[in-house]
Ligand binder design. Structure first.
Ligand code: 8YV
Length: 328
């Protein structure tokens, strides 16, 4: 007699191959129409599920977890960031949390690089001009942007994604600077020819482009606060593919509008899916709908990781991608 299959509730539509495999392995409830679940629907889910598979769009807070039945033992997050999950409450309730690290590093780094190139070179503005039908032809002084080669890139958060961004950026002639809680290993620092800044404030004042690549934790909420944004030189560009909450979006918007920051490339927003409407009016920003990791390959790899975490856990072993609060 095999073990009883765990009841797994998946909150959003996942790639077909992943859902098919999940149906083979688990007693699974899928979300066929992909509508985000309400808090009431999530509460009903955690009352009966052995395993919940949420995404960044679900708020797994203390209130929700207080409604979970004793059978809920695993939250296998479909995504790397776990800021939407109250890890402390999960721990006190004996619920293991896993995520999907590593498999979206390269895709997110590609998208970061795309924004680093797009904003100073006015790519989206140029594209809008073409579609408007108002292009008058080439002119020596039209659509002038700023050169990438030779500029200083300041990476906030030199983890997997930060390092993958740095690796790409070197190929575009950017000098790599970074701020982290601790310097990375000497060998990586040397490979990237990266300069460590213990003081974020001091780094900000010297950079041409800033890339936010740290996770959102209580410690990084509004790390780029109004005060810190004012330290940036007016010619600086801000790129964020991490989490909107790391940057004070209102302060950033005001400074972009007033020309105190040259431009921004944002894939993430503080109150997703809402976007500060004033951002939409600005030409010096490139806005993307949280698509940094949105590749078919990445989504399948994320799903495979979720499956491995659930299967290992339900077979009675520690799952490989356990999230421990002190890791963040
Ligand atoms: C994911 C992300 O698409 O993994 C993350 O932390 O931000 C995204 O790239 C999303 O989280 C899926 O839940």
């Amino acid at each position: 007699m095999g073990r009883k299959k765990p009841l797994v509730v998946v909150t959003r539509k996942l790639p077909d191959t992943i859902e098919t495999r999940m149906m083979e392995l688990f007693d699974v409830t899928l979300n066929r129409d992909d509508k985000p679940m309400t808090q009431t629907q999530l509460a009903n889910a955690v009352k009966k599920a052995d395993v919940l598979v949420p995404t960044v769009t679900d708020r797994i807070d203390a209130r929700l977890l207080s409604q979970a039945g004793p059978q809920l033992k695993l939250i296998a997050n479909f995504g790397t960031g776990v800021d939407s999950i109250d890890l402390g409450t999960a721990r006190t309730r004996g619920i293991t949390v896993t995520n999907t690290p590593g498999v979206l590093t390269e895709d997110t780094a590609d998208m970061t690089m795309a924004l680093i190139l797009s904003v100073p070179r006015r790519l989206a503005e140029g594209e809008r001009l073409m579609r408007s039908g108002e292009w008058q032809g080439w002119s020596p002084t039209s659509m002038l942007g700023h050169r990438i080669w030779g500029k200083r890139l300041g990476i906030i958060g030199m983890g997997r994604i930060g390092a993958a961004v740095a690796q790409r950026a070197r190929g575009f002639g950017l000098a790599i600077h970074y701020h982290n809680r601790r310097p990375v290993e000497k060998s990586l620092e040397e490979k990237l020819e990266a300069t460590y800044w213990e003081s974020l404030d001091q780094m900000l004042a010297q950079m041409d482009i800033i890339s936010v690549n740290c996770p959102h934790t209580p410690g990084t909420f509004h790390l780029l606060s109004a005060r810190r944004l004012k330290l940036l030189p007016a010619h600086c560009f801000v790129i964020n593919t991490s989490r909107g909450e790391v940057v004070d979006e209102n302060a950033l918007t005001r400074m972009l509008r007033d020309g105190k920051i040259a431009g921004a490339g944002l894939d993430v927003f503080e109150h997703e899916p809402a976007v500060n409407p004033k951002l939409l009016e600005l030409d010096n920003v490139v806005l993307l709908p949280h698509m940094g990791s949105a590749t078919i390959e990445g989504r399948i790899a994320m799903g495979e990781k979720v499956i491995i975490n659930i299967k290992t856990f339900s077979d009675g072993h520690p799952p490989p991608d356990r999230v421990i609060e002190t890791m963040l």
